[in-house]
Each structure stands twice: as C-alpha cells, then as structure tokens.
Design a protein around this ligand. Structure first.
Ligand SMILES: Cc1cc2nc3c(=O)[nH]c(=O)nc-3n(C[C@H](O)[C@H](O)[C@H](O)COP(=O)(O)O)c2cc1C
Length: 194
C-alpha cells in the first residue's frame, strides 16, 4: 500500500506563496514514494461549516473523500492576524475522528515566521488526536522567492518536512492500524474501533 499525503492549501490569493510552497513539498513527498493530492481551497470552495446541516454538496463530498483517502496531511496557510486563514479553520471544522492516527506537517506564509498560526493549527489537530511534526516551515514571500521561484534554502526546508512527514507518518499510521485491529483497550486507538 502506498502512503498517501494530502496537501491542503488555504489562501484564496492567485499564485499564493503558501500554496506554491505546498506544491513543492508535495513533489518532495512523491520523491519519498508517497501518493499525493493537492486540495486547494481556492478551487474547492467549502460552505461555512454548519453542524445542524447535513451538507451533501459536491465540494463537501470531494473534501471528505480527500481526507478519508489520506494517511498524512500538510496544512498550509497564510498568516492572518497571527492565526490561520478562515478557509483553513473552516476546513478543520468539518473533521474530527478522520484525523486520528494521521501525521500533520505545517507551512505558513508570513512576514513574522507564522509560529502562532502554525501553533493554532497544531492545537486543532491535537484536539482531534492527530499527530504533528514538531516544527513547521515558514515562508516569506520577500526572502524565499526570486522572480517568483522558490529559493534553494526554502526548497531544502520543504524537502526535510516532506521526508520527515513520510518517514514518521508511516510509523504512526501503521501502529494506529495495528492497534485498531488489535484487542488492547489500553490505547487511545481503541476509541476508534467500530
Ligand atoms: C487579513 C490579513 C492579515 C494579515 N495578518 C498578518 C499578520 O498578522 N502577520 C504577518 O506576518 N502577515 C500578515 N498578513 C500578510 C500575509 O500573511 C502575507 O502576505 C502572506 O505571505 C500571504 O500568503 P499567501 O501568499 O499564501 O496568500 C496578513 C494579510 C492579510 C490579508
């Protein structure tokens, strides 16, 4: 079985630096042997999450299919007021159990490294029993791009993120599936048995 990595881009800007960096990270994940998908929330417009509505429109179904398909995710956002974009938060609101046992990597386009934005995504993921790579990749559109092309320094950081996500993500996913199919009740995974 191939390891499947879903990248989620959440800037609604044309040629967004966060989504450009995400595409490069996904290409590096492919080089590590992963299958990849890009979910660009600029193209796939999700309605505002409403827990009282069973939303069956095609955009919601597509996003649910992408998340269910994935073994690991890379979340990419612009820094808006020290936080993630509304599009990213809205995406996260749609899911809970689907994130358990999956590993997450983070990218943030920011003028200030985007640490608080990445921490907030990490908090949301932790609430859903997802696992996080302990560092994130900051993208500065003024320092990390020359004539619209990513510098080798940023490329190297994205390569490391993709490598670690695939290598550590496989270990976590395999153990989650083993625990899911096992009979131990003394593991958090037992809560996800049907
Ligand atoms: C509403 C809004 C709020 C922003 N807040 C911050 C901020 O708090 N800190 C920061 O460094 N940049 C902030 N920015 C700048 C963006 O994070 C920056 O331009 C980023 O590179 C955009 O990413 P993108 O190219 O992926 O859309 C803000 C931009 C907008 C539109």
């Amino acid at each position: 079985m191939t390891f499947k990595v879903l990248g989620v881009g959440s800037s609604l800007r044309e040629s967004a630096s966060s989504t450009t960096a995400l595409s490069v990270a996904l290409d590096f994940a492919k080089k590590q042997g992963a299958e990849i998908r890009l979910l660009d929330l600029k193209q796939t417009k999700l309605p505002l999450y409403d827990p009282t509505t069973n939303n069956s429109i095609s955009e919601v179904k597509k996003v649910q299919d992408d998340v269910n398909w994935s073994d690991a995710l890379i979340l990419s956002t612009p820094d808006y007021h020290g936080s993630m974009s509304g599009a990213m938060k809205n995406f996260l609101d749609y899911f809970w159990a689907e994130f358990a046992g999956k590993t997450f990597g983070y990218i943030c386009a920011s003028h200030e490294k985007g640490l608080t934005a990445m921490d907030q995504m990490r908090t949301a993921v932790r609430q859903c029993y997802g696992w996080s790579i302990p560092y994130g990749v900051s993208v500065s559109d003024s320092d990390d791009f020359i004539n619209g092309k990513i510098t080798s320094k940023l490329e190297s950081r994205l390569d490391m993120l993709a490598r670690d996500l695939v290598v550590y993500g496989i270990l976590i996913r395999q153990q989650f599936v083993t625990d899911l199919n096992g009979d131990s009740t003394n593991t958090f995974t037992s809560r996800y048995r049907k």
